[in-house]
Design a protein around this ligand. Structure first.
Ligand code: NDP
Length: 322
């Protein structure tokens, strides 16, 4: 019997990225589907992973040998601040159910998805894999961050007590097709794409909140997908790996907005509202560990990835999460 890879959260931004790579890379290639593999992309409608019984049923149905665990309650700053306990509790339940059921059913390997939000608020930069537990996370998302950090603790405990091959990945900001374009809760790239498109449609100015100066590392969901597939096949260690573009590939919010204006074909008035908060100026993470392990890897150039995301949104406006 071949490998069965269950991707939890398989219908989200990152899960759809993995599905795209598996369906579009040449079969048998480094990131393509391998002979005998079955990939399952599960959504919350198939099983609410907060519930242990539904989680057990999902595992009994597909009998996964490997799990890429992406499912999580995710949200922007406002939602994180307002629902701290919900973020803590839902994510703790989901993660515990996945790891425990994987252990009970003899899953060979689990990769769980963390986030750079888990890092301490006060920490030296660049962020690296050794700094997760060196201080408290930022107050605004401490529910989400603590639930995610505990996955790393659990992975170590499963390894020490049972020898399990459970590990984790830490992506920086992700964007791509199937993102959440909801103007209230979306991350910066999908929110600005949506805003710019509305400005074009309505003939109104495109106003970007903040000065445009902060720098961020963005990873295209289809590049991230390849890195997850690499980690699944070629990385067997409990310690997490940061999955990101390099520190020298930070882009400013202004560069993001400029690229969006170009990709959307917006020709109206475009400005920055410096009275709005900027957030942290930069919080770079190093991808040295990743590059040292993976060898050659080509990230999609940012303008191309952004253009593909904009085109996807234009073509799928009616079905996208808005
Ligand atoms: P999305 O919001 O796009 O997708 C979330 C996925 O999780 C969906 O498939 C959703 O299912 C599923 N899900 C949510 N709650 C449950 C539940 N109770 N039971 C079962 N499934 C559930 O998220 P992303 O793809 O952006 O995020 C994937 C992972 O990457 C998460 O762990 C997130 O923390 C992490 N991450 C994301 C970053 C980003 O910038 N987006 C940055 C760093 C880390 P359904 O579609 O049915 O609702």
């Amino acid at each position: 019997m071949g490998d069965v890879i269950l991707v939890t959260g398989g219908t989200g931004l990152v899960g759809r990225g993995i599905q795209w790579v598996i369906e579009n890379e040449p079969e048998g290639s480094r990131f393509g589907k391998r002979p005998g593999e079955t990939w399952i992309f599960a959504s919350s409608s198939e099983a609410d992973l907060k519930d242990p019984e539904q989680t057990r049923k999902l595992f009994a149905k597909y009998k996964p040998t490997h799990v890429i665990h992406l499912a999580a309650l995710v949200g922007g700053l406002f939602k994180n601040m307002k629902y701290k306990l919900t973020f803590l509790r839902d994510n703790t339940l989901i993660n515990d159910n996945i790891l425990h059921t994987s252990h009970e059913t003899g899953v060979k390997k689990v990769i769980s998805c963390l986030s750079t939000c888990v890092f301490p608020d006060k920490v030296s930069y660049p962020l690296d894999e050794t700094k997760i537990h060196l201080g408290l996370p930022h107050e605004s998302n401490f529910g989400y961050a603590h639930a995610k950090r505990m996955v790393d603790i659990a992975n170590h405990a499963y390894k020490d007590q049972f020898g399990s091959n459970f590990t984790s990945a830490i992506p920086t900001n992700v964007f791509g097709p199937y993102d959440n374009y909801d103007l209230e809760g979306a991350h910066v790239i999908p929110a600005l794409i949506h805003k710019c498109l509305l400005a074009k449609k309505n003939g109104t100015p495109f106003i970007v909140g903040g000065t445009g100066k902060p720098l961020r590392q963005f990873i295209y969901s289809r590049d991230l997908a390849k890195l997850f597939i690499w980690q699944l096949r070629e990385y067997d260690d409990v310690e997490p790996v940061i999955l990101s573009v390099g520190e020298d590939e930070e882009v400013s919010i202004k560069e993001v907005a400029d690229a969006i204006v170009k990709a959307v074909g917006f020709e109206g008035e475009y400005s920055f509202d410096a009275t709005k908060a900027d957030g942290q100026f930069r919080k770079p993470a190093t991808n040295k560990k990743l590059l040292g392990l993976i060898g050659d890897f080509e990230f999609t150039p940012f303008p191309q990835a952004l253009d593909e995301s904009v085109q996807w949104f234009l073509q799928n406006y009616d079905s996208a999460r808005t």
